[in-house]
Design a protein around this ligand. Structure first.
Ligand code: GLU
Length: 471
């Protein structure tokens, strides 16, 4: 290997795993069993399109089966390959374990540039892919449940669910074969924003731990903190928008494929997002200055850098030039193993991907539960809670002998709807997992950073399941 190049994505994930496993006291061979990708299936299938037949190559990797179903997104990208899918499937195992979602890890990909196909063609291709997955036992509510990832979204998930339903007309839980569906097709409120929302909750939780904040060389809360976000896709857009609009952070830079917009007094994420939707690029946006070299923008001074685009963007080549105090990994694997070591030495605090971007799969879990229970969250209890709230308000008003503030009153009398419940379940998940990772870090002197602590936590939990299986 060239000494200037980092480990591959899969090697990087496995090296982080090994570092963490070595810090734990595991039965001989167990770490290797957990680390090994159990199965990976490559599929080649022909689809008849307007221009004739085209052959597509796709993969589905099932990293582990210690819990079922196995869970993970499907990526549509021209650069997809088997090793990337295996690395992403492994990350799914670890992230599910960290956030206490009872699934094993899986991931799929189709080697395709979705922009080159019409909607009708994409539907045809996706339905064919679903048939291929189904006939190999790689799709189903109890075995393997895909979700959106890079290049895929709600509409594709509903095609997969519909195809599965047609193939299994007697399966009452058919819709639970995939998550990330539109709400009218069995999806759950808040799934689209979920990964970005989880990033926000994870960073908020970081700021509740003032010892960590101090370690990163910062103080206070998110208000006024300078943030650079790489990627204005689903994850980056929602994370930036929520941090800016709800926490008062300043989005001082947004990096996209064509370059970056930098603005020291803070950008309006929504305006830039709308601009990008309209023009297909960010160049020309009126506030801030545009630079073509997006990689350079990663190295600008800021408090928090949020890589939310893809793997391997912070490597040993640029790690020394990163000026952020915190790197919040919203994408899967944006900081390589080598870069992680350099950044740790330099005292940059990394909130690791296996934790920080687990909001998507957490809300997928809620969607799956909703599909299996066949009832929307809050349906049974909302009126009941509202009646209870009214009773409390009446009691309080009669005790103090004056009406309560109308806003407080309305809040007390509001029963929870689905979006409120989903957000509160996600927030609780992110807060709890942060603390578990921190405890793992502080209780084991062999663990030097949060990524290793997150991996160690995941390995510990999976190892415990193996342990009880083989008792
Ligand atoms: N693709 C997302 C991820 O990488 C979501 C996976 C899921 O919801 O199953 O975490």
């Amino acid at each position: 290997m060239n000494k200037n190049t980092d480990l591959s994505f899969l090697e990087s994930v496995n090296s982080s795993f090994d570092l963490a496993a070595n810090a734990l006291d595991l039965p001989k061979g167990l770490a290797r069993q957990i680390r090994t990708c159990n199965a990976v299936c490559e599929m080649k299938f022909g689809v008849e399109l307007d221009d004739g037949y085209e052959i597509f190559t796709g993969w589905r990797a099932t990293h582990s089966e210690h819990a079922l179903p196995a869970k993970g997104g499907i990526r549509y990208a021209p650069f997809a390959d088997q090793h990337e899918v295996e690395a992403l499937a492994a990350l799914m195992t670890y992230k599910c374990s960290i956030v206490n979602v009872p699934f094993a890890g899986s991931k799929g990909a189709l080697c395709i540039d979705p922009k080159k196909y019409s909607l009708k063609e994409l539907e045809h291709i996706t339905r064919r892919f679903a048939q291929e997955l189904d006939k190999r036992g790689l799709l189903g509510p109890g075995v393997n449940v895909p979700a959106p990832d890079m290049g895929t979204g709600q509409r594709m998930m509903s095609w997969i669910a519909d195809e599965y339903q047609k193939l299994h007309p007697n399966e009452i839980n058919a819709r639970a074969c995939v998550t990330g569906k539109p709400v009218h097709f069995g999806g759950v409120q808040g799934r689209i924003e979920a990964t970005g929302r989880g990033v926000q909750y994870g960073i908020q939780e970081f700021f509740r731990h003032q010892d960590d904040v101090k370690k990163a060389g910062l103080s206070g809360n998110l208000e006024g903190k300078k943030i650079i976000v790489q990627g204005l896709g689903n994850v980056g857009y929602h994370a930036a928008k929520f941090l800016e609009e709800e926490d008062g952070a300043l989005i001082v830079g947004i990096i996209e494929r064509d370059g970056a917009i930098l603005c020291d007094r803070g950008l309006c994420t929504e305006d830039l997002y709308q601009y990008k939707l309209e023009h297909g690029k960010i160049e020309g946006f009126s506030s801030g200055s545009f630079i073509e070299d997006g990689e350079r923008a990663l190295e600008q001074a800021c408090d928090i850098l949020i890589p939310a685009a893809m793997e391997g963007v912070i490597t040993k080549m640029n790690a020394n030039r990163i000026q952020a105090k915190i790197i919040a990994e919203a994408a899967n694997g944006p900081v390589t193993f080598d870069a992680n070591q350099i950044l740790n030495q330099r005292g940059v605090f990394i909130i690791p991907d296996t934790y920080l971007n687990a909001g998507g799969v957490t809300v997928s879990y809620f969607e799956w539960l909703k599909n299996l229970s066949h009832v929307r969250f809050g349906r049974m209890e909302r009126r009941f809670m509202e009646a209870q709230g009214s009773r409390i308000v009446r009691l309080m008003e009669s005790t103090v002998d004056q009406p309560l503030d109308p806003i407080v009153k309305a809040e007390l009398m509001k029963g929870p709807d689905e979006i409120t419940l989903v957000r509160s379940g996600l927030e609780d998940t992110m807060c709890e997992a942060y603390q578990e990772i921190k405890e793992m870090h502080l209780s084991n002197s062999k663990i030097k950073d949060r990524r290793t602590a997150a991996f160690a936590l995941a390995i510990r939990k999976v190892a415990d399941i193996y342990d009880s299986m083989y008792l």
